[in-house]
Design a protein around this ligand. Structure first.
Ligand SMILES: Nc1ncnc2c1ncn2[C@@H]1O[C@H](COP(=O)(O)OP(=O)(O)OP(=O)(O)O)[C@@H](O)[C@H]1O
Ligand SMILES: [Mg+2]
Length: 282
């Protein structure tokens, strides 16, 4: 008989969950989410990207992938989310959204609970779970944000996008005042412009919402982004030295620090052990 002690039970990983959202559509959420995910994976973090834009799937298209199954199979056939994940570039795992399943926008509570259970299982297999959402903070998106440890609110520097970012911030905080939100200014000419945009949003938010918003980073405006999209290639892989790739590496470095600090602190995801979590309320 061996007197060797049994190996300690393997502690499940607990992913840092980040949702990527915006007020206005087309400000670069999917571009940022996909490339940030790849940059994180290249920094050694097991990273899963959940495409939660259920009305218009596009993370897979941006990457030139043709997934055999999508999140639709989770809801319709109970295929676990972990089994739907496919290998993406740079070592990321991608859980593709299905298109044209609008009824998922108003999931009944038991389905939402099932979805959260599915996400929990995903979160135990990776270090960072990034959720790419649809624009505009509808009910569906709010629920995703409530499940995240932190929301990255993406805006473009133009005034119309900033107005919509403010509106999104307002809705998000009204639904879940405890939410951690950081601003990412995409398409900036330089850091100064990005910081000016952040200051304007902080001014409005502190005056009318009674709180500020962190500056999580910026991504430079770069024609290489559209070129890579046309080729269905990931910019940070294809053109790592392009200005936008370098910005994404900086953004990734911040997230890596956050994820490491979190794993050292042993914190649990927001959805853990909380049946009254706002994301589960109908
Ligand atoms: N930093 C950037 N520099 C130049 N072009 C960019 C940049 N980021 C995104 N774009 C371009 O902006 C467009 C919109 O990007 P993307 O699809 O990622 O936005 P989105 O917010 O996910 O849109 P939707 O709201 O439809 O989901 C794309 O054509 C993309 O190539
Ligand atoms: Mg998108």
């Amino acid at each position: 008989m061996s007197d060797r002690a049994a190996p300690p039970p393997r502690r499940a990983r607990r992913a840092l969950v980040l949702a990527v959202t915006s007020g206005k559509g087309g400000v670069g959420k999917t571009f940022v989410a996909v490339n940030l995910a790849i940059a994180l994976a290249r920094n050694g973090l097991a990273t899963t990207l959940l495409d939660a834009d259920l009305s218009l799937a596009n993370a897979d298209v941006l990457l030139g992938l043709a997934p055999p199954r999508t999140i639709e199979h989770f809801f319709r056939e109970r295929v676990p989310l972990t089994e739907l994940a496919i290998e993406g570039p740079g070592g990321i795992r991608l859980i593709p959204a299905g298109s044209g399943i609008p009824e998922l926008a108003s999931l009944p509570p038991e389905e939402m609970l099932h979805f959260v259970e599915g996400l929990r299982a995903v979160g135990e297999c990776c270090d960072v779970l990034l959720i790419d959402t649809a624009a505009g903070i509808g009910d569906q998106v709010s629920r995703m944000l409530m499940l995240a440890d932190r929301t990255l609110l993406v805006t473009w520097p133009e005034p119309a996008a900033l107005v919509d970012a403010y509106a999104a911030l307002k809705v998000a905080l009204r639904r879940d005042p405890g939410q951690e939100i950081g601003l990412v200014v995409n398409g900036a000419d330089d850091e100064d412009e990005a910081r000016r945009v952040h200051r304007r949003l902080v001014a409005a938010a502190s005056q009318f919402l009674g709180r500020g918003i962190d500056f999580d980073g910026f991504v430079l405006k770069d024609p290489a982004v559209a070129d890579a999209a046309r080729r269905q290639a990931a910019l940070v892989i294809e053109q790592p030295l392009a200005p936008a790739s370098r910005s994404l590496e900086r953004l990734a470095a911040k997230v890596v620090a956050r994820a490491r600090a979190r794993s050292l602190s042993g914190a649990s995801p927001r959805w853990d052990g909380n049946a009254t979590h706002p994301g589960l309320q109908h």
